[in-house]
Design a protein around this ligand. Structure first.
Ligand SMILES: NC(=O)c1ccc[n+]([C@@H]2O[C@H](COP(=O)([O-])OP(=O)(O)OC[C@H]3O[C@@H](n4cnc5c(N)ncnc54)[C@H](OP(=O)(O)O)[C@@H]3O)[C@@H](O)[C@H]2O)c1
Length: 275
């Protein structure tokens, strides 16, 4: 049995569906089973990663774990609980920032999570995705209501990745044997700037959308409404660095045999969120 955490999220919902379609035994973890929607045949269980004692029902019969870091948990405690219950393998989502900006709060946190997984005594694989295509959902309301997206770093490209590709890689890694003790950086197929992303959404919707460049200071103030100040500061520095280029990695294609999906493909599948 494979336990998928984050099963209602961008990666996990696709992973659950893909594993179920392959006929593999899969269980989806959520904090609220009344809200969660999973394909028929998928076992749905409630638990909170921030309370490892709540996870006992989730571990029953599980040998492999797909693990997100939600920010609520003590990863070491979660893995101890999993190990005691007989879980043998963990595939964890980290972040490409662990490689390209290990000094940043998010990169540093991701590295600490990775070390916990490496020290867990389980068989492990770490996935380090770059920026998600689905982060464009943060713009959905502004696009629906005004057709204007305001952000800084409009010309700083990033090879955003479709979470479905992260799920495809995870599906392979969870069910094949030769990925143990590997750390895989994952990106989309090409660098695309925020300005180009907004125009791409406009093309799919058939609307003229406007990208409005914010100053670094304005962006910092905006982000501070949603996150701690030091995280906002560091994200603004990373996001507005036009030369940061994490670079396109070939790992998705190497591991799945298929080219990673473009940003515009992701938009086409999620167009209703912007209408
Ligand atoms: N966004 C990016 O650009 C980016 C880049 C690199 C890495 N990442 C990493 O990717 C991960 C996010 O993945 P995603 O976008 O697929 O997720 P998401 O769509 O943000 O959804 C979050 C998921 O986590 C679950 N969750 C939250 N708190 C929980 C808790 N205390 N206990 C159990 N489950 C909990 C939620 O489930 P319920 O609400 O159903 O309980 C939900 O399924 C994070 O670890 C992030 O650091 C993101």
């Amino acid at each position: 049995m494979i336990l998928v955490t984050g099963a209602t999220g961008n990666i996990g919902s696709v992973l659950v569906r893909q594993l179920a379609e392959r006929g593999l035994p899969v269980r989806a973890l959520t904090r609220d089973a009344r809200r969660a929607v999973v394909p028929s045949g998928v076992d749905l269980v409630e638990g909170d990663l921030g309370r490892p004692e709540s996870l006992s029902p989730a571990w029953e019969g599980v040998d492999s774990l797909f693990l997100l870091q939600t920010g609520d948990e003590d990863t070491a405690a979660v893995l101890r609980s999993a190990g005691r219950a007989g879980v043998e393998r963990v595939v964890m989502v980290s972040s490409l920032l662990a490689e390209i900006h290990p000094e940043s709060p998010i990169g540093g946190g991701a590295l600490r999570g990775e070390q916990t997984v490496r020290d867990s005594g389980m068989s492990w694989t770490i996935l380090r995705p770059g920026e998600f295509a689905s982060n464009a959902l943060w713009w959905a309301r502004a696009i629906r209501e005004h057709g204007v997206v305001s952000a800084a770093g409009g010309d700083a490209g990033s090879p955003v990745i479709d979470p479905a590709d992260i799920a495809a890689v995870a599906g392979r890694v969870l069910t094949e044997r030769d990925h143990e003790e590997r750390t895989y950086p994952l990106t989309g197929p090409a660098e695309i700037t925020p300005r180009e992303r907004v125009h791409s959404i406009g093309r799919v919707l058939g609307r003229d959308l406007v990208f409005e460049e914010l100053s670094v200071e304005e962006e910092r103030e905006r982000l501070k409404q949603f996150m701690p100040e030091e995280v906002a500061d560091s994200l603004v520095d990373i996001d507005s660095d036009a030369d940061r280029g994490p670079g396109v990695r070939t790992t998705v294609e190497d591991l799945t045999g298929g080219a990673p999906r473009t940003f515009e493909q992701w938009v086409a599948e999620h167009a209703d969120s912007f209408r």
